[in-house]
Design a protein around this ligand. Structure first.
Ligand code: LMR
Length: 347
């Protein structure tokens, strides 16, 4: 049997109390540790998404500053969109807002946003996203451990190139940079172009060196990433829409304290309204700045030229209808229909 001297007993007591205090302070520190939301994205701050991410960070700091911290990494400063989708799934980051186009490897349903000439304007996209089928799209990533939080707008896409792309035949043989999307690949192939999937951060240099000849994007991206400097012509085709899906990691989200999660829900609703109510104006301002620069000639299509593009790309709808699903197709066409000149609809 071990007999402890009085000195040994006091020392043992001291060790036990110190260990208890250390455990308490560690757990207390853990309980008081701020929840970190890492939010990388690929575009500059002066874009609808860039402003949205900053607004989200500011509102969280103002209302949850003692408990939650948001770190925004614009312009792919932390990682590319592609890498961010994987990092989110592994819980290495906590929030992203990527174009629906880039999620086609997780679900084919978001491809609806890439179908050429389906949505004529932002209002048509909003009608679809507000529909029961549209709202339900935010739940389709849950089987992948991700949770869709909101739709954020950018805007309508235009084509840029080394010559006036007024008719589909003008695209033949040109190398087009596209986002990582099979629908966008099919739309370029449909007009005889050569689609090149490429991260956003590489596009400027690829256009400058001639690695690619042409690309499609919104005015806010064409301006903020200076693509207009290396594209002699931009044609206002309004042939597609860049819609972002704001996504978080499901385990991160469900593990949050209830009061933090409900406050973040309110902040996200407010931020989404902030983004979506400003997106079109931001794109209009960017378009005017490109015009004022004189560095790229802005062209419009005649109705006949637009119809020619629509007809050339029409087979893409049928090619992906099965993947996207009849319910999503019907809801999107119905939403787009009411703002489209019925003389040019695609059935
Ligand atoms: C792109 O790659 O063209 C887009 O991701 C840019 C954006 O708006 O996120």
């Amino acid at each position: 049997m071990i007999t402890l001297t009085r000195k040994d007993t006091l020392f043992l007591l001291f060790v036990l109390v110190a260990a208890g205090l250390a455990a308490w302070s560690a757990s207390n520190a853990l309980a008081n540790k701020k929840i970190l939301i890492k939010f990388p994205h690929s575009v500059s701050i002066n874009t609808p998404k860039g402003q949205g991410a900053e607004k989200f960070r500011e509102l969280v700091a103002a209302r949850l500053g003692t408990r939650v911290e948001v770190e925004v990494y614009p312009s792919a400063s932390l990682m590319t969109d592609d890498a961010s989708i994987e990092a989110l799934a592994f819980g290495e980051i906590q929030m992203i807002a990527v174009p629906a186009s880039k999620l086609d490897r997780l679900t084919k349903k978001f491809q609806v946003f890439d179908l050429p000439f389906l949505f004529d304007d932002t209002e048509a996209v909003e009608r679809f996203q507000a529909s029961p089928v549209g709202r339900n799209l935010l739940t389709v990533l849950e089987s992948k451990g991700l949770h869709g939080l909101a739709f954020w707008h950018n805007g309508m896409k235009q084509f840029g190139g080394p010559k006036p792309l007024l008719l589909p035949e003008d695209a033949v043989g040109l190398k087009f940079r596209i986002m990582e999307s099979d629908v966008l690949q099919a739309q370029i192939l449909a007009v005889g172009g050569n689609p090149q999937k490429m991260p956003f951060a590489e596009v400027y240099q690829a256009l400058q060196t001639g690695a690619v000849d042409a690309q499609e994007n919104t005015y806010s991206n064409l301006y903020s990433s200076r693509f207009y400097e290396v594209q002699d012509y931009i044609v206002e085709t309004n042939h597609g829409f860049v819609s972002y899906i704001l996504v978080t990691n499901m385990k991160f989200w469900t593990d949050l304290p209830d009061d933090v999660r409900s406050e973040l829900d309110e902040i996200i609703a407010e931020t989404s309204h902030f983004v979506n109510s400003r997106a079109k104006a931001m794109n209009d301002i960017a378009k005017q700045k490109i015009l004022d620069s004189g560095q790229s000639e802005l062209l419009n299509l005649t109705p006949a030229q637009r119809l020619a593009w629509q007809k050339a790309m029409a087979p893409v709808w049928e090619q992906f209808r099965g993947d996207i699903g009849e319910d999503v197709m019907a809801a999107a066409i119905a939403a787009g229909q009411s703002s489209r000149d019925t003389g040019a609809t695609q059935e």
